[in-house]
Ligand binder design. Structure first.
Ligand code: CUA
Length: 184
């Protein structure tokens, strides 16, 4: 079979590019552990109030290897707010404010009560869907003090744009002062 010279060059070039893409995919999966997010579990939205997922809040799970706190933040999405209550939570019922110390690792565990919502944190690598019936879970570390908006990024109805809460990462000194005040 005769193949034109230029066509042959292009075939070789395309094969090389495909081989590079495939190598990058394998390297990402094997070396860097990149995985597609999978549901962390299933839950029936109709009986969600009887499940552990209705017990929202911020819990200290333990410490990371480098001695920093590891929290779990469990919350529920509903039209049109994120529901989370208890310690570390201030703000109001529609726009909670969660405060954690700098250096914390946080595992977010969330479900939706009604429709499909989204969840992302500004300037961070947390981003997932909240699909009714599905449990979403993702972990990240917060080393930069500051205020981070946590937004619903999936259009979910008339007040979608009002659906957000705030994460405050306190500088280490400030949280030491808080801890000392609580001790004394
Ligand atoms: Cu919830 Cu948009």
């Amino acid at each position: 079979m005769h193949i034109d010279r230029y066509e042959k060059y292009w075939l070789i070039l395309v094969s090389i590019v495909l081989a590079i893409f495939f190598a990058a995919l394998v390297a990402g999966a094997v070396i860097y552990g990149v995985r597609l997010p999978a549901p962390a579990g299933m839950v029936n939205p109709l009986t969600i109030d009887d499940t552990e997922y209705a017990q929202t809040g911020v819990r200290l799970l333990g410490q990371t290897e480098d001695g920093q706190p590891h929290y779990e933040i469990r919350f529920m999405a509903e039209k049109w707010r994120f529901v989370v209550e208890g310690e570390h939570v201030s703000g109001d019922a529609t726009h909670p404010v969660i405060t954690i110390p700098e250096g914390s690792t946080v595992t977010f565990v969330a479900v939706s009560r009604d429709t499909t919502h989204g969840f992302m944190i500004e300037r961070h690598n947390i981003n997932f869907m909240l699909i009714p019936g599905q449990v979403s879970r993702q972990t990240s570390t917060f080393n930069e003090p500051g205020e981070y908006g946590m937004l619903c990024h999936e259009f979910c109805g008339v007040n979608h744009q009002g659906m957000w809460m705030t994460l405050v990462v306190e500088p280490a000194e400030a949280s030491d002062v808080v801890a000392q005040n609580q001790e004394s």
